[in-house]
Design a protein around this ligand. Structure first.
Ligand SMILES: *Cc1c(COP(=O)(O)O)cnc(C)c1O
Length: 232
C-alpha cells in the first residue's frame, strides 16, 4: 500500500470538519479540542483547513506542539485548569488561554508575559451557574475583580469562557448560555473605556454547541464531534 493512502481516521475527520464548516456561521471560530488524540489527527484536521486547536494539559501539549511545529498557521489554545507553576509554560507555548479562573492567576500571567515578551489572549472562566466541580469566577466575584483586571497591560483580556455544569437538561443549558451572553455584553459595554477588544464568548462543546451559537458564542470548542470519542 502506498504510504500516502488516506487512513480511515483522516477521511472521518475531513468529513466532520467539512460538515461543521457548513453548519457553523463563518463568524464563529471552530476550535478542535485535540486532548488525548495523537498528532496525525491534528494534522488531518489542519490539512482540511482547521487552524485552532485546544489542549488541556501542558505536559501533553508540549511534545505534540513540537511534532507539529511545521504547521505555521496553527493557533494553540489552552483550555484546562492552569496551575500557577505551569503559567510560564502556558504563556510561552499558547496563543490563547481560555481557563483563567482567578485574579491572582491573571496577575501572574500579566507579570510573566512581560518577562517572556509575549501578549497572550486570555478568556476569563466564569461559573454562571453554581458548580462545585469547577474553578472560575462567580458573576458577582468577576464584577468585583474587573477594575483590577482592567489594569493588566501585558495580556489581552479577550472575553469570557463558560462550561455549563454537567447533567443539565436542554432548558437549563439554554438558561446557562443566555446568562453567559448577558454577562458578556455587560462586561463588553463596561470595558470599552479600558480594553480595545473584549470580543470573545467561548462556549459550546460537542453536546451543546448549536445552543451555544444560538446564544452568541464566538468560539466553540469541539473534541468528540471532530475527533471521535476519547479514551478514558
Ligand atoms: C474536553 C473539553 C472540550 C471538548 O469537549 P467535547 O465534548 O469532546 O467536545 C471543550 N472544552 C473544554 C474546556 C474541555 O475540557
Amino acid at each position: 500500500m502506498s504510504s500516502t493512502a488516506t487512513k480511515p481516521f483522516e477521511s472521518l475527520i475531513r468529513d466532520r470538519v467539512a460538515q461543521l464548516k457548513q453548519e457553523i456561521p463563518s463568524s464563529v471560530t471552530l476550535m478542535g479540542v485535540s486532548k488525548k488524540k495523537p498528532t496525525p489527527y491534528i494534522r488531518a484536521a489542519y490539512d482540511c483547513g482547521l487552524r485552532h486547536f485546544g489542549e488541556s494539559r501542558i505536559q501533553e501539549a508540549l511534545p505534540k506542539q513540537e511534532e507539529l511545529a511545521d504547521l505555521s498557521e496553527l493557533v494553540w489554545h489552552f483550555i484546562g485548569t492552569l496551575q500557577s507553576n505551569k503559567a510560564k509554560k502556558a504563556i510561552a507555548h499558547f496563543h490563547w488561554i481560555h481557563s483563567v479562573d482567578n485574579l491572582k492567576l491573571a496577575q501572574r500571567l500579566d507579570r510573566l508575559a512581560q518577562g517572556e515578551n509575549r501578549r497572550p489572549n486570555l478568556c476569563l472562566q466564569v461559573k454562571v451557574l453554581p458548580d462545585p466541580s469547577k474553578t472560575g469566577w462567580h458573576i458577582d466575584e468577576l464584577m468585583a475583580d474587573l477594575p483590577a483586571l482592567y489594569l493588566l497591560s501585558n495580556v489581552a483580556i479577550r472575553g469570557v469562557m463558560v462550561i455549563p455544569p454537567l447533567g443539565l437538561n436542554l432548558e437549563e443549558t439554554r438558561h446557562c448560555f443566555s446568562k453567559a451572553q448577558d454577562l458578556f455584553h455587560t462586561v463588553q459595554r463596561q470595558s470599552r473605556e479600558h480594553w480595545v477588544q473584549f470580543d470573545q464568548l467561548s462556549k459550546g462543546m460537542s453536546g451543546d454547541y448549536q445552543d451555544a451559537i444560538a446564544a452568541g458564542s464566538t468560539i466553540v470548542r469541539l473534541g468528540r464531534t471532530i475527533f471521535g470519542e476519547r479514551e478514558k
